[in-house]
Design a protein around this ligand. Sequence first.
Ligand SMILES: *Cc1c(COP(=O)(O)O)cnc(C)c1O
Length: 388
Amino acid sequence: MMGRSSPQPAVSLLDPVGQYERLRPEIDARIATVLGHGRFVNGPEVAELETALAARSGAKHVVAVANGTDALNIALRAERIGPGDAVFVPAFSFVATGGAVALNGATPIFVDINPRTFVMDPAVLADTIRHVRSAGNLVPRAVMPVDLFGLPADYGRLEPLCREEGLFLLVDGAQSFGASQQGRRVGAFGDATITSFFPSKPLGAWGDGGAMFTDDRERMERWRVVCAHGTSGDPYDAQRIGTNSRLDTLQAAVLLAKLPGYQEEIARRNAIADAYTEALCDLAETPVVPDGNVSVWAQYSLLVDRRDAIRAALAERGIPTRVYYPRTLPAQAAFRGSAGLGLPCPVAEDITTRVVNLPMHSELDDSMVARVVTALRDVLRHGPGTQR
Ligand SMILES: *Cc1c(COP(=O)(O)O)cnc(C)c1O
């Protein structure tokens, strides 16, 4: 960079403080209300948020919980999925996707992904289900697709397949709240959906948070029992083994303050993604959003060769990047026991070696996006070794 011209604000991977400054009056007012009534657990904001999330997603019932990982665990536990059961999950995801299955005693069976969209490949899923059924050791119970990077998985094919196979379809929508497919919104696919409000997710709280969505009232009631130590009504008479998982009232208040502007933030993320794709598609593999889908762009990813050198050259130019994810789930030691029980996942393996994630959040302004694009074009065209 040249001379001492006016200092430009840094391009960051996330800007929660910038977002707070933009939304300060709403957030401060919501928090002041909670501090005033003092119901920090199960305060009225939690139910208000559940109602608002139901309206936004089209799901009939929403239960707010402590985080997305709990949501996955509770959803599996409430279906009594456990030892001897197979749950099909994509090989390329955050660790919690496979961890929740294993923590319940069930066996995660890894399924390869589509090379253009990075979500579970339904044809490979069908082959993998056949493979597990013919091996005969495990009972296929559930499919848990992930809406990776904010793009809904291929529900047009996954829903009929799960119905035919009699499998519970649990959507890991931790990264995709607000996204849609053929006009249907995340929260309304499959039998149940979970999401996460971890600060780096598209709709982030100021700490941990999560939510669960279903149209089935009895399922929702089971979730509430599991979340409340297995009790309903009398808190000292447990009906089953449960846990403690609640969204803090303060987190609900923050989310309620953010929710009215969330649609605009999704539009901003889409504008940034469009700008990246238009500027970079001739130099790298850019992400594909199939017709009829709206992504919330939890991440924007490129596929590149010589990734490490490119990341280093971008860092020198003030552009931070991340790698989601540097290895597949079956390549991690924790999943060694079940890695060989499905089919090989060569697409996921390949993507882990080439994926790089660019800055993507609602607070990036046009000049920041332009700086990212300029640096990337420079690095991709002339090679990571050459500085202008
Ligand atoms: C973040 C994430 C989770 C877990 O959510 P937490 O709220 O962090 O527990 C689960 N699955 C996927 C795909 C995620 O990205």
